[in-house]
Design a protein around this ligand. Structure first.
Ligand code: ZN
Ligand code: ZN
Length: 272
């Protein structure tokens, strides 16, 4: 059982229109990998029309039913129901409603959109990184990320240093971006994920970078490891590297969620 004792909570479904594999298929793969728990976190529905890479509001019941079908087929595997929420200013009234529309185990707070509408990780905005100083986009992103953390709506935050996706980074010590967000995590008691999708992108690095994880560990911020799988074969991908990083900076625990309550468990002693 290669991933025994670990969990993967950041998993997408075809309802977001850019992922493959239904919850049933992911659950089968999770049992093969020996994952202790599986969690779904598809992109949240928005006020429509919005964009073309998330489920529609009317598809929410289908999402919840697909997760429940997987639970019924794999009763020995705890399967958590979550959402990856796009942090956008002014969304609170919709979130009030959305939180009543499902038996949620966790909500991930993610920043894909900057104020003004630029999508940080969408290749259609690649020229912004190429032609402008990455410092500009990084500054705007981390400011918004801190607002996301401090909003108080989420259980943990997703892929902290997403703007490095295409491999463009500002010069100098990047801890100047990380430190205010680590402090915000301390102030709010939130957790963050180490997201292995970065290993599969041009940046070839976990989200977040070593420097962020080391600061967060020093500050006692809880963590969990997720794959951000958009296909069944990505489930649990890169977990060996993530576990090694967490051990290297001194983490001995990871967290799990049920009914939006967090519990800490020992980081498993698996050799990956
Ligand atoms: Zn996605
Ligand atoms: Zn995301």
């Amino acid at each position: 059982m290669p991933l025994s004792g670990l969990t993967d909570y950041h998993v997408h479904t075809p309802l977001c229109r850019h992922a493959q594999g239904w919850p049933l298929e992911f659950a089968r793969r999770a049992t093969e990998l020996g994952l202790a728990e599986l969690g779904f976190a598809d992109h949240n529905p928005m006020h429509e029309p919005f964009d073309d890479w998330r489920m529609l509001r009317e598809e929410l019941p289908q999402y919840i039913a697909a997760v429940q079908d997987a639970r019924a087929a794999f009763p020995d595997l705890p399967i958590r129901l979550g959402l990856e929420m796009d942090y956008l200013d002014g969304s609170e009234p919709w979130w009030e409603t959305l939180q009543t529309l499902g038996p949620w185990d966790f909500w991930i707070g993610s920043v894909h959109y900057l104020p003004g509408g630029v999508e940080v990780d969408n290749p259609k905005y690649l020229s912004r990184y190429r032609d402008e100083d990455p410092e500009l986009i990084w500054s705007a992103y981390w400011k918004q990320y801190e607002r996301c953390i401090r909003s108080g709506w989420f259980d943990f935050v997703g892929h902290p240093d997403l703007p490095k996706k295409f491999g463009y980074r500002p010069k100098g010590d990047l801890r100047r971006f990380y430190a205010p967000c680590v402090q915000a995590l301390v102030d709010t008691g939130l957790a963050y994920e180490v997201n292995t999708a970065g290993l599969r992108k041009d940046c070839r690095e976990l989200y977040p970078a070593h420097g962020f994880v080391a600061l967060a560990r020093e500050a006692g911020v809880p963590v969990l490891i997720n794959s951000d799988a958009h296909a069944v074969e990505e489930l649990g991908a890169g977990f060996g590297e993530a576990v090694r990083l967490l051990r290297e900076v001194g983490y001995s625990e990871v967290v799990r969620f049920e009914g939006r309550r967090r519990v800490a468990v020992a980081l498993p002693e698996v050799e990956l």
